[in-house]
Design a protein around this ligand. Structure first.
Ligand code: ATP
Ligand code: MG
Length: 608
């Protein structure tokens, strides 16, 4: 982040510590990276040496591969890397790790830029944009490969893919040296240049680091570092027909960018020795500046009831299991945004789950809790009836006057009177939720029910209920259609009970219900979303996650909402009282054709 002096709210002292913060604090105290120079842009040792002392105390990076839309797991990594840089006077780079030519696309590049910005971070610092792409480093990577060959640390292997695999050995069996391993640097260099010049078929040979075929760490058994691949790259076009392997490219990208703390997920732990080996060789050769970056691993986010793999999310999109990357059920950042998630909620989530070194599953309700918490303090309130049935107040005309409408008001937010009030009408007919009326009420049901006779033959009155912000009413009955479905609920208005008027609470009620007047209610489409999967760990242990797709993850209803929502704009969030938090859909909502998405319910009710 750009701010070199962290604001009060973000000082490290206010944050729960974790092992990464401890490492960084130690490095800052020890001056581990104090001698570094920064050449003003990524570059080799000579480039940085002529620059000033690095103005960034630490450098971290978020290095997505632009092969899909980012998801909540990436959000954890973004908040972590950008957050650490911000808190410790550093800079976080956004780097497109685009060294693999086949899978990448500019559509994804743009979506990643949007997602990081939307989450509240940016890569501008000290007057420089730290947005980089790894493919810009292909020349340097090639030069590094030639250096390794010349210094006897790499060789071209012409064994078949199958032979290489067999000769690598396994956990119990050391590898076997390739017969090409002992060739002279001159011969290797000539061969490698032939690879570069397109004289050999894809897969005919690879460049391998010469390390130790007997290493207990299989990643050090002469890993491949360059392969032949005729593919057009979205940035470099057809300039190259050889491409570096990820494990070779990544440490170099970090070093060229002066990264200090290279933070990745645990599956790269076994790659760290190669990372360090490569850094040592290229510093020895004078190609890279010292001290080199260091890799640290943390546990990836596993979130219940979703899958967090770009490939699996892509499958949901391309098989039309959802309506796109931004479907509100998707755990993608665009999906969460459309669902009503805020950057604050996601940042709170990232902070709350913390960083650890052991894998675990985080319950989806933790994420929902963060959204609820951030929306509760900010979202304007509104009344909405999601499953409307008409309530007729039979004595309205006598009490209030025929055709008359009465004005009611309610606070926009109960804890922020300064936000003012919203107003709406009440009249003879109002919409109520079907579930707020029971002809035969179960025990403990305090909303609307008609007069009855108890088993001993005693007549019992209908229930008295307050129409929230309105009057107290007494239920008198209902009408039904031929199929027995309730078509209208009937009640009478009780005099002098309007909310906010003197003596209005003289009639005690046990139930309060929300409602919208027929006269001024707006019709709206409401999309009720539920979890995308019924299995808490849809893809654990190689399970086919498609099998546990929740068939009821979307229910669309035609609701009636209060008139204050007429001015709702896309992305505006509201609490629909008694129902939950809703957002005006950023794609389909329009004035005169409102569409709201359920973001999260008021309580954690999943499975209860
Ligand atoms: P996917 O499997 O979804 O494609 P990836 O790890 O291959 O994920 P990258 O684009 O390579 O995706 O990841 C960019 C950064 O995000 C990496 O540093 C990676 O460690 C981090 N990241 C990806 N998934 C998670 C996750 N579930 N939790 C935390 N960090 C993650
Ligand atoms: Mg990846």
């Amino acid at each position: 982040m750009s701010s070199p002096t962290p604001s009060k709210a973000t000082t490290p002292e206010n944050k729960p510590s974790n092992f990464l913060r401890q490492i960084i604090e130690h490095d800052l105290a020890a001056g581990t990276y104090a001698t570094r120079h920064w050449g003003g842009s990524p570059g080799d040792a000579a480039h940085h040496a002529q620059g000033q002392s690095d103005p960034a105390k630490i450098r971290t990076r978020f290095p997505p591969e632009p092969n899909g839309y980012l998801h909540i797991g990436h959000a954890k990594s973004i908040c972590l890397n950008f957050g650490l840089a911000r808190d410790y006077g550093g800079v976080c780079h956004l780097r497109f790790d685009d060294t693999n030519p086949e899978k990448e696309d500019v559509e994804y590049v743009n979506s990643i830029i949007d997602a990081v910005k939307w989450l509240g971070f940016d890569w501008q610092a000290n007057g420089t944009s730290h947005l980089y792409q790894a493919s810009d480093y292909f020349d340097f990577m090639y030069r590094s490969a030639e250096y390794l060959i010349e210094s006897g640390h790499a060789y071209v292997d012409e064994q078949t893919v199958e032979q290489i695999r067999i000769n690598r050995g396994d956990f119990g069996k050391p590898g076997v040296n390739s017969k090409f391993r002992a060739r002279t640097p001159a011969l290797n260099l000539a061969r490698f240049r032939e690879m570069r010049d397109g004289l050999h078929e894809d897969g005919a040979m690879v460049l391998r680091a010469r390390i130790d075929m007997a290493s207990p760490n299989i990643n050090l058994r002469d890993p491949a570092i360059y392969r032949i691949r005729r593919a057009t790259h979205h940035n470099t076009g057809d300039t190259w027909c050889i491409y570096p392997m990820y494990t070779f490219a990544h440490p170099i990208e970090d070093a060229l960018e002066n990264i200090t703390h290279s933070i990745c997920t645990l599956e790269f732990e076994d790659q760290r020795p190669f990372y360090d080996w490569l850094m040592e060789r290229l510093i020895e050769g004078g190609l890279l500046a010292s001290p080199p970056p260091h890799q640290y691993e943390f546990a990836r986010l596993n979130l219940t009831y979703v899958v967090t793999s770009k490939r699996k999310l892509a499958q949901l999109v391309y098989d039309h299991k959802v309506k796109g990357w931004d479907d509100p059920r998707m755990p993608t950042i665009v999906g969460l945004r459309r669902r009503g998630y805020t950057p604050e909620a996601i940042q709170l989530f990232a902070e709350r789950i913390g960083v650890t070194k052991s894998d675990s599953w985080i319950d989806y309700s933790t994420l929902e809790g963060c959204l609820r918490e951030t929306l509760d303090v900010s979202a304007p309130r509104a009344m909405a009836v999601l499953d409307p049935v008409k309530l007729v107040l039979s004595n309205w005309d006598e009490v209030m006057g025929a055709g008359k409408l009465d004005e009611c008001s309610a606070p926009i937010h109960p804890h922020h009177p300064e936000l003012g009030k919203r107003s709406f009408k009440i009249g003879k007919e109002v919409w109520i939720d079907r579930s707020d009326f029971e002809e035969a009420p179960p025990k403990g049901f305090f909303r609307l029910f008609p007069p009855r006779t108890d088993p001993s033959g005693t007549a019992l009155p209908g229930s008295k209920v307050r129409l929230k912000y309105g009057h107290v009413i007494e239920c008198t009955g209902c009408t039904k259609d031929a199929a027995g479905k309730i078509t209208e609920v009937h009640a009478t208005l009780i005099h002098d009970t309007k909310s906010g008027t003197p003596g209005s609470d003289s009639v005690k009620v046990k139930g309060v219900i929300t409602w919208v007047a027929v006269a001024d209610g707006l019709s709206a489409e409401v999309r009720l979303y539920d979890r995308l999967f019924t299995d808490a760990q849809p893809d654990a242990g190689g399970k086919d996650f498609i099998e546990s797709l929740n068939p009821n993850s979307l229910k669309v209803v035609q609701a009636v909402v209060e008139p204050s929502l007429a001015s709702a704009k896309a992305d505006d969030k509201f609490q629909f009282e008694r129902h939950g938090y809703f957002v005006a859909d950023r794609v389909d909502h329009a004035a005169g054709k409102p569409v709201f998405n359920l973001a999260v319910g008021l309580k954690d009710s999943w499975g209860k």
